[in-house]
Design a protein around this ligand. Structure first.
Ligand SMILES: NC(=O)c1ccc[n+]([C@@H]2O[C@H](COP(=O)([O-])OP(=O)(O)OC[C@H]3O[C@@H](n4cnc5c(N)ncnc54)[C@H](O)[C@@H]3O)[C@@H](O)[C@H]2O)c1
Length: 301
């Protein structure tokens, strides 16, 4: 697939930014990255590598190509250096609209006028950040789903002023990465598949927090029913429990409906540093979580 441009810059190289940077490098783009935390990319890369090695037989990027892709990514501690030649800037920082607005302003100050701005936010429409960007006609949502684990799809959604050509370039970029674009035709909180996934998270977290069922049994049911390798709790660990919590808070702050508030028990886990794969413990313990043990689905166990 033809590349619509050459240089992709990433802001924020946690769980998702690292994966998008790796995918872009694998597809042949020049990639530069910036994170306020020095070493964030290396740290996430090592954790992802160990986690996926334990779980995935045929990863999206073949194991032999990981180091090569990593070596093609330029890390800088100065945002200006990361953005100065960018055709596309992807924001993948913490899920907080105020911080994202500040970062969109910085992106505008440091990127060329031609650059498209994409947010990987899991819940915020880009229309909530576009005014800070100084270029609302060049802003899009591109929301990825853990692509290196083989979830090669991404929501693609316009802001209120996005030009058709910008949407088209976003779509071409996703396709060139080997990612299926899920085109959202009307602005919606939660986009396309994330709205479905949100309903699953809300229900399963509530069942766990109210002690209706053990999280392992919910994951067993999901795995047997769908044939997937992980259930909702294994998936939430991979996403990061702090990120899950931040996303639920976006919906809650929007609706103010107490039913949308994430359970206190989730916050308690986060306060103990149990963030999922990235901290070595969430619902499960990593890198060898219980749900990957051979007897997890054994009826005789
Ligand atoms: N984790 C997932 O599965 C997932 C999936 C799809 C989308 N998302 C979205 O992607 C975004 C990032 O999520 P994540 O899970 O990768 O988070 P994360 O916590 O793993 O990483 C966030 C990174 O952003 C950096 N950061 C924070 N503020 C910054 C700033 N002002 N400038 C530069 N860097 C900054 C942090 O140091 C960290 O490395 C969020 O908007 C989230 O909703 C996450």
């Amino acid at each position: 697939m033809k590349r619509p441009f050459e240089h992709v810059a990433l802001i924020g190289t946690g769980v998702l930014g690292t994966q998008i940077a790796m995918l872009s490098a694998y597809a042949g783009y020049k990639v530069s990255i910036y994170d306020i935390k020095e070493g964030a990319f290396d740290e996430t890369y090592d954790k992802l590598f160990a986690d996926l090695k334990a779980k995935v037989a045929n990863p999206f990027i073949p194991w032999d190509d990981w180091a090569k892709c990593k070596s093609r990514i330029t890390f800088t501690t100065k945002i200006a250096d990361a953005l100065k030649d960018a055709d596309l800037v992807v924001e993948a920082i913490t899920e907080n609209v105020e911080i994202k607005r500040k970062v969109f302003k910085l992106m505008n100050e440091n990127a060329p006028a031609r650059a498209i701005f994409a947010t990987n936010s899991s819940s915020l429409p880009v229309s909530r950040m576009e005014e800070s960007s100084g270029r609302p006609e060049r802003c899009i949502n591109t929301h990825f789903y853990l692509p290196l684990q083989g979830m090669n799809m991404a929501d693609l959604m316009a802001g209120t002023k996005t030009l058709p050509d910008v949407m088209q370039k976003g779509e071409q970029w996703l396709r060139s990465l080997g990612v299926v674009p899920l085109r959202v035709k009307k602005e919606m909180l939660g986009f396309c598949f994330n709205s479905v996934w949100r309903a699953v998270k809300k229900q399963t977290l509530s069942m766990w927090a109210n002690d209706v069922a053990d999280f392992q049994d919910i994951d067993r049911a999901w795995r047997i029913f769908t044939g997937m390798k992980a259930g909702p709790f294994g998936l939430m660990d991979a996403v990061g429990l702090d990120t899950v919590h931040n996303i639920e808070m976006v919906y809650y702050n929007d609706s103010k409906d107490p039913k949308d508030k994430p359970p206190d028990a989730l916050e308690e886990k986060i306060n103990k540093g149990e963030l999922g794969v990235k901290s070595g413990k969430g619902f499960y313990t990593y890198p060898n979580p219980e749900f990957l043990q051979p007897d997890f689905l054994d009826p005789k166990k």
